[in-house]
Design a protein. Structure first.
Length: 181
């Protein structure tokens, strides 16, 4: 395929936002204002605003965001924004990191379906955490397959949803929907 065809394909690009944590307009908000579809894994956090404590959603990993667009449209924004960068794959030169559409959509649906999502980096996932292989039958995650996360002392059942090899989420699932494989 010629380069122009590849640049015109819509994909989920993995991006870095180098702005300070307290920036008024982080990259994910800026890109949304520019009309891009953006996903940022969020978690609730208690913060102080104008002297009052409020719960606000903040990014789980401060500098991580996913932008769904084509490279040709995103390149000019990255070029003129010093604090926005592509994340590059290791040992592949300057190839930007991308996530397949179906994998990303599946991840977004899973994370959005749970009120209490736990996020894990690859180094945080130990072999002891992997439980039995399960399939979800019914409910919002119908058809999802994966490993049951076993956490000592927890009564909550979680399904591990991986996003390539660099990020995973444990989403709460109702025990009645779990089918062991």
């Amino acid at each position: 395929m010629p380069t122009t065809e590849i640049e015109k394909q819509t994909r989920w690009f993995v991006m870095r936002d180098l702005k300070r944590p307290n920036a008024k307009l982080p990259a994910y908000k800026f890109l949304r204002e520019e009309g891009f579809e953006v996903f940022v894994p969020m978690k609730p956090q208690l913060i102080t605003k104008h002297g009052k404590k409020v719960v606000e959603d903040v990014p789980v990993i401060r500098d991580l965001l996913f932008a769904h667009t084509d490279k040709k449209r995103l390149d000019p924004i990255v070029a003129r924004t010093e604090t926005l960068q592509y994340r590059f794959m290791r040992n592949c030169g300057r190839a930007p990191m991308m996530v397949p559409d179906d994998e990303m959509e599946r991840f977004i649906v899973a994370v959005s379906s749970s009120n209490d999502t736990k996020y894990y980096l690859p180094e945080e996932i130990t072999p002891q955490m992997y439980g039995r292989k399960i399939r979800i039958v019914g409910g919002p995650l119908n058809g999802y397959e994966g490993s049951l996360i076993t956490t000592r002392g927890s009564k909550v059942k979680r399904l591990m949803i991986k996003l390539q090899d660099f990020f995973a989420a444990g989403v709460e699932v109702n025990p009645e929907y779990i089918q062991f494989i």
